[in-house]
Design a protein around this ligand. Structure first.
Ligand code: FAD
Length: 472
């Protein structure tokens, strides 16, 4: 029997649209699929709780899909190079194939594997285009989204996705594997994942169904509906993209193969934002820690553990902010508009460092993404490459009134306010005593009074900004 090749799965937990897997099959040799926990890359952050929950489901689905092809998924944990070298030794493999991931020092990884006597082979597929291939006229990476997206439209379309193989040549003696259940990815004491289970089905097949359901339905209304907090007008694909159960090239071709639809095109543009964030992460692997605009290193953030805690728990006294943070806690997901609103509230109204919010999202989002999360937080905080200007401070009342005009979102996630009429739903402190009584609301008891006065907070935020002007 010829020596097998190792296929190292990372954030690409799928069998179709997977160039590294196709290349492994094309070698004609047995393929040993391996997933390494806590070893996404030598420089990766440990996953947060919600992402670990998702990973459990996703690995289970991948293992089943591999078994249907006559193969298996070998689970190991530990440092990537050492684990791959071990599995290679145990199986006689001499080659490792994998998908490149932005944020990893791929050259260092390949060199470390070579030093172990292994042949490294890296492939694209996690992105539409590899970061080095997308540069402006000066040969530099783009720092602003719109020209980046326009430029992508001038390139050849990304390669067409390949179908999943119908068979994966198995190795005759499988190396040992950890048991998925022993990894403790699911919460037990307490089991806080009930809302996640009720909301999501991880895995490639489920992701494919979500994509098709979206393109056949809500996609055409996406451009108008994507900001409406109370509607399911967006795709819900983010965790599938995060874990690679659906690849961006599959999405690109699924949209472009259909008759032109402006709604679907505007959805594709958002997938372009994902691409942009990943290209930025490729340039700035420490993006979750280091502001891309140097002046922000000096920003006078406030230390406000109580404010941060109230924000995390959805008890700020601003209904749309609280609705969003409770949606996050319950489902592991938050609407994009709501992410911008709560981000602005933390960073500008509370003047708390954006990194604290980024970390909370990292722990609680099922789609917690090493590129999109820090990139978007930096955008909200005004310190990113292509950021909303810092002085643009969202007013949480007006945002609520505009994007949740019928109050459906707040009433769903903050049910103690459900009886309030629309005109005061987003500002219960302006309701008369009689209106509050009729709705069963006692401010400061059944629902918090605002923890900060927005107008004063806005002035404070702008004054803080003045202190770093001209620096960096
Ligand atoms: P759709 O509107 O259907 O968009 C399709 C896909 O495009 C998404 O799944 C996502 O992959 C990508 N996308 C959409 N909007 C953005 C964006 N603004 N930036 C980058 N990619 C985008 N997205 C994550 O995937 N993971 C994160 O950890 C994350 N953290 C965020 C933090 C903040 C503060 C903000 C403001 C945004 C964040 N986003 C993040 C981006 C965006 O909110 C989510 O991708 C989106 O809400 C996911 O829902 P959806 O799949 O229905 O999106």
């Amino acid at each position: 029997m010829p020596a097998p090749v190792l296929l190292w799965f990372r954030r690409d937990l799928r069998l179709s649209d997977h160039p590294a897997l196709s290349a492994a099959v094309a070698t004609g040799r047995p393929v040993v699929p391996v997933y390494i926990l806590d070893g996404e890359a030598p420089d990766a952050r440990p996953l947060g709780g919600a992402a670990r929950w998702w990973l459990h489901g996703s690995l289970g689905a991948l293992a089943r899909d591999l078994e249907a092809l006559g193969s298996r998924l070998v689970l190991r944990r530990g440092p990537v190079t050492a684990v791959l070298a071990d599995v290679a030794r145990e199986t006689g493999a001499d080659t490792v194939l994998w998908t490149r991931m932005a944020g990893t020092d791929e050259t260092a990884l390949a060199d470390a594997l070579k030093a172990q006597g292994l042949t490294p082979r890296r492939f694209g597929g996690a992105l539409l285009y590899e970061p080095e291939t997308v540069v402006n006229r000066q040969g530099q990476p783009f720092r602003v989204f719109t020209p980046f997206w326009k430029h992508l439209q001038t390139l050849d379309p990304p390669p067409r996705p390949q179908p999943a193989p119908d068979h994966l040549p198995a190795h005759d003696a499988w190396p040992e594997s950890d048991a998925l259940g022993d990894w403790g990815l699911l919460p037990t004491r307490p089991d806080w994942a009930g809302g996640l289970r009720a909301t999501w089905v991880p895995g490639e097949e489920a992701g494919r169904a979500v994509l098709e359901g979206f393109l056949d339905g809500p996609a055409s209304g996406y451009a108008e509906g994507r900001n409406a907090l109370g509607r399911d007008a967006t795709s819900g694909l983010s965790p599938y993209l995060r874990f690679g159960e659906v690849g961006p090239r599959t999405i690109w071709h699924a949209v472009r193969d259909r008759p032109h639809d402006p709604g679907a095109e505007s959805f594709l543009r958002e997938v372009g934002w994902r691409e942009f964030c990943h290209h930025l992460l490729h340039q700035h692997p420490a993006m979750h820690e280091v502001p891309l605009q140097g002046a922000f290193a000096q920003f006078p953030w406030r230390d406000d553990p109580e404010g941060l805690r109230a924000w995390e728990q959805g008890r700020t006294g601003y209904p749309v902010v609280d609705a969003a943070l409770r949606q996050l806690w319950h489902t592991g997901w938050m609407h994009n508009r709501a992410r911008m609103i709560v981000g602005s509230f933390l960073v500008k109204d509370l003047l708390v460092d954006w990194r604290a919010g980024e970390r909370w999202f990292w722990d609680t989002l099922v789609d917690a993404c090493p590129a999109n999360n820090p990139c978007s937080w930096q955008w909200v905080a005004g310190c990113g490459a292509d950021a909303a200007p810092y002085f643009r401070v969202f007013n949480p009342v007006l945002q609520g009134e505009k994007f949740d005009a019928d109050g459906r979102y707040v009433r769903r996630w903050v049910p103690e306010l459900a009886g309030l009429p629309d005109r005061v739903l987003h500002k219960p402190w302006e309701a008369s005593g009689a209106v509050l009584r009729a709705a069963g609301v006692r401010l400061g008891e059944t629902y918090p009074a605002p923890i900060v006065d927005h107008k004063a907070a806005r002035t404070r935020a702008l004054a803080a900004l003045e202190t770093i002007k001209g620096q960096g």
